[in-house]
Design a protein around this ligand. Structure first.
Ligand code: FPP
Length: 243
């Protein structure tokens, strides 16, 4: 018979503290309707707003959204420009929502590779929401897991760290948001079974939930379903069941 978990540990297992989302399927959503890819991104932004509100209402503490990867620059210039425009719009229009819901916005990724105005908007939103004590929304923008690890190692080298003595904790301390706990649950929409360079280091033990639903169709109910499934998973972190 398995041992009873202490209450605190059991409740930690039931509720994910940190959820990461790979928002995929915007292009397919538009194509299925005979539209152009950018319409899918516009609806994708609406879905992101619905899911942020739902996550905040559910008491999730950290939500990381994979908005734009280090590989997404390979897309058509017009599509990249459109997504950057949506980010600009989101950052400027959502301040009242953040204030009302005490949402703290943070950034993961390489801001030096972003258009200067977007990098500036992110920096000011991060600063303006820094004291808010509600959910933290981490926008992964110009983000790649390998790039984040490479930047962390460069930060360590710049600090004069002894490379031959580097441990996991040293690297973890130089990631983009070292105080944010590792994601418990990573969700991917649109049915692809891969993590696409998202939170490579932090997601080592995350539970994965893949939904066939395209991102623009996502609502708070889909997030609730993913969380319900997470609650039924048994997380062992490399140990053996019941020990
Ligand atoms: C993936 O779908 C989606 C993206 C690369 C862009 C995500 C951007 C948004 C949802 C809008 C901005 C959101 C915020 C919060 C600022 P895809 O284009 O790869 O779809 P496909 O695989 O069907 O082609």
């Amino acid at each position: 018979m398995g041992r009873e978990l202490p209450a605190a540990q059991a409740s930690e297992l039931r509720a994910p503290r940190h959820v990461g989302i790979i928002m995929d399927g915007n292009g397919r959503w538009a194509k299925r309707r005979g539209g152009i890819r950018t319409q899918g991104h516009l609806e994708g932004l609406a879905a992101a707003k619905r899911v942020v509100k739902a996550a905040s209402d559910m008491g999730i503490q950290y939500l990381t959204l994979y908005v734009f990867s280090t590989e997404n620059w390979k897309r058509a210039v017009s599509e990249v420009g459109f997504i950057m425009g949506l980010v600009r719009q989101y950052l400027r229009a959502e301040m009242d929502f953040c204030r009302g819901n005490r949402i703290r916005v943070r950034h993961a990724g390489d801001s030096s590779g972003l258009p200067a105005d977007i990098a500036g908007d992110i920096a000011s939103t991060v600063r303006d929401t820094e004291s808010f004590d509600g959910m933290q929304v981490i926008l992964a923008l110009n983000y790649g897991g390998r790039d984040e690890i490479a930047r962390a190692v460069r930060r360590l080298a710049a600090k004069g760290a002894k490379m031959e003595a580097l441990g996991e904790a040293d690297i973890a301390s130089c990631l983009d948001n070292p105080d944010v706990p590792d994601p418990d649950l990573i969700i991917r929409s649109a049915g692809e079974y891969r993590t696409s360079n998202f939170l490579l280091w932090e997601g080592a033990y995350a539970e994965l939930f893949v939904s066939p639903k395209l991102w623009p169709d996502w609502t708070g109910a889909d997030l609730a379903e993913a969380i319900a499934e997470y609650r039924n998973r048994e997380r062992r972190f490399g140990s053996v069941a019941g020990e």
